[in-house]
Structure formats: structure tokens, C-alpha cells
Design a protein around this ligand. Structure first.
Ligand code: UTP
Length: 287
């Protein structure tokens, strides 16, 4: 089975980043000079997938506009001889075949992925959260596609976290098999000392289409008042073969303020034109 389609749930409210996210979708917050969602779309395209479905919601027009052709702006830039900027914009417009579906209410990540069902049909597909980035020499999704093609089973992207962070994430219990892990359990935010491993589930997954059956059966999580993708994943892992793949690149999340600042610094430090100046500035701060 080939993975030809990817879904980006980007309809969340972004409450951890208010008031910045009141009118600006958190997926559009720039990391150095590109919105977070553009890095994700580039990761998808560099992994060989060209059919992308973005789940959007209220107040998310900026996402659609960012990837749309901006005829007027392009004409203006051409008249002013700003060819380099023009080429950058044209590249964005030609990145991929991007489709959009509305999630009218932010009823959770599981509810958002379910909105993709008719676009996906019965094919396997990738899911990439709009606020999780992977920084590394190879696109994270490409690594996961190789694992999927080996087993033709659902593959969850995981990243190792330090012991004091396990209680912030869903943690995988898995049996090692040829460098991957066969998922036996998924424990939501375990207390420190009770985590089954140091492998946190991140916003990168490749699903077989039967995830939709599990999503349809998933009940609303009473505490969060949302249909959670992790609940459907757990139900699936109990009945089906599900693998976890430890991503080689570094995982960054940009959905909260501190993570956003750390991510911005790390992405700036790998840019040739910024690295020297930023390092000097950080030294000047004498922290
Ligand atoms: P988060 O779990 O970070 O939720 O979503 P959130 O609601 O956006 O943010 P907070 O917790 O209020 O700060 C992970 C990804 O799933 C999308 C988000 O846009 C984000 O890219 N999402 C979340 C949806 O598409 N729909 C939802 O109902 C919830």
C-alpha cells in the first residue's frame, strides 16, 4: 500500500497561545520567517506526498490565503523588480494540491480527523498536527513512510522525552521489533516513575483507513469535552497491529509560548544569515 494523502488538523482554538491566536491561527505563527504550517507542508511534499487536506475552522482564512495565488502582490513585486521574493511566493503557491474541509466546532483532534473520511476513502494516510515540527536531516514523515511500507500497519511517530516530561504526554508501551516498537499500550500523562517508557506520542501518524471505524465509535472525553484521536488509537492498538517509530529528527511543538520561543531560537540558529548574530546576542545577555 502506498501513502498518497496527508491530513493536517488545523482547526483547534489554540487557547494556550491567546491572545495571539484570537485572530491569527496558531499554525500561521511564524517560526523565523515561515508559518509553522508551511514547514509541515514542505515536510509532506519532501516525503513524496502531493495530496494534502487541511482541516480548518472558524477564523482560519489566513491559512487558505497563505497557500493561494496572490495575483496582485505578484504583479506588484514583478513591477518593482523584486524577483527573489516573487520566486519564494510562487514556490509556496506551487507546493502541492491543497484541499480544505471545515470543522465547524473544535470538538477535538479525533473529530477533526474524522472530517477527512470522505476525502481519504479506504487508503492509508498520514496525519500531521499543525503545531508539531520535526527538525532533522531527513523529513520525519519520510522515515515513517518507510516503516509503514514494511508492515502495511498503522505507524505512530514517537519522540524520546526526559523523565520529568513524561507526565505532559501520551506515553507508549512497546515491544522492540527490528528497530521499531509494537505498541502494547498508550498511557495518557503518566505520573513520573509510572511511565511505561520515555516514548511520547507526537503529532505524526500514518493510519490505515480502519482508524475511521474506531473514531466513529470513540465517545466524547468527559473531562476535555472532545473526541480525542488518542482514544481511537488506543482502541485500535488493542485489536490491531500498530507500530511506533522513533523519529530521528528533533521534535518541536509550537502550541504554547515557551515551546514556541525555544523552537524559534533553534530554527534561527541553523540559518546561515542569523546564526552568528543570534549567538552573539545570546552571549551578550549573560544569562
Ligand atoms: P491541540 O491539542 O494543540 O489543541 O491540537 P488546540 O485546541 O489547537 O490548542 P489548545 O490546547 O487550545 O492551546 C493539535 C492539532 O490539532 C488541531 C489543532 O489545530 C492542532 O494543529 N485541532 C485540535 C483541530 O483541528 N481540531 C480540534 O478540535 C482540536
Amino acid at each position: 500500500m502506498r501513502v498518497r494523502k496527508a491530513v493536517i488538523p488545523a482547526a483547534g482554538l489554540g487557547t494556550r497561545f491567546l491572545p495571539a491566536t484570537k485572530a491569527l491561527p496558531k499554525e500561521m505563527i511564524p517560526i523565523v520567517d515561515k508559518p509553522a504550517i508551511q514547514y509541515i507542508i514542505e515536510e509532506i511534499v519532501d516525503s513524496g506526498i502531493e495530496d494534502i487536506l487541511v482541516i480548518t475552522g472558524r477564523g482560519k482564512r489566513a491559512i487558505v490565503e497563505h497557500f493561494d495565488k496572490s495575483v496582485e502582490l505578484n504583479v506588484n513585486l514583478r513591477n518593482k523588480g523584486q524577483d527573489e521574493v516573487l520566486r519564494t511566493l510562487e514556490k509556496i503557491e506551487q507546493l502541492a494540491d491543497i484541499h480544505y474541509v471545515q470543522q465547524k466546532e473544535s470538538l477535538g483532534t479525533g473529530h477533526a480527523v474524522l472530517k477527512a473520511a470522505s476525502h481519504i476513502g479506504d487508503e492509508p494516510f498520514a496525519v500531521l498536527f499543525g503545531d508539531d515540527l520535526i527538525q532533522g536531516p531527513e523529513p520525519g514523515l519520510k522515515e515513517m513512510i518507510r516503516t509503514f511500507e514494511k508492515y502495511n500497519s498503522t505507524v505512530l511517530g514517537v519522540s524520546r522525552v526526559t523523565e520529568n516530561k513524561v507526565s505532559d504526554y501520551g506515553i507508549i508501551k512497546g515491544k522492540p521489533i527490528n528497530g521499531e516498537f509494537l505498541v502494547e499500550d498508550l498511557v495518557e500523562k503518566p505520573s513520573i516513575g509510572n511511565a511505561p517508557s520515555d516514548m511520547a506520542l507526537i503529532g505524526r501518524m500514518i493510519f490505515t483507513a480502519d482508524i475511521f471505524d474506531y473514531l466513529r465509535k470513540t465517545k466524547i472525553n468527559e473531562e476535555r469535552k472532545e473526541i480525542l484521536l488518542t482514544d481511537a488509537i488506543l482502541a485500535m492498538a488493542k485489536e490491531k497491529v500498530v507500530y511506533a517509530h522513533v523519529l530521528k529528527g528533533k521534535w518541536h511543538t509550537v502550541g504554547d509560548k515557551l515551546s514556541f520561543i525555544k523552537t524559534t531560537i533553534e530554527y534561527a540558529l541553523v540559518q546561515k544569515d542569523l546564526r552568528k548574530g543570534l549567538k552573539e546576542y545570546l552571549k551578550e545577555l549573560k544569562l
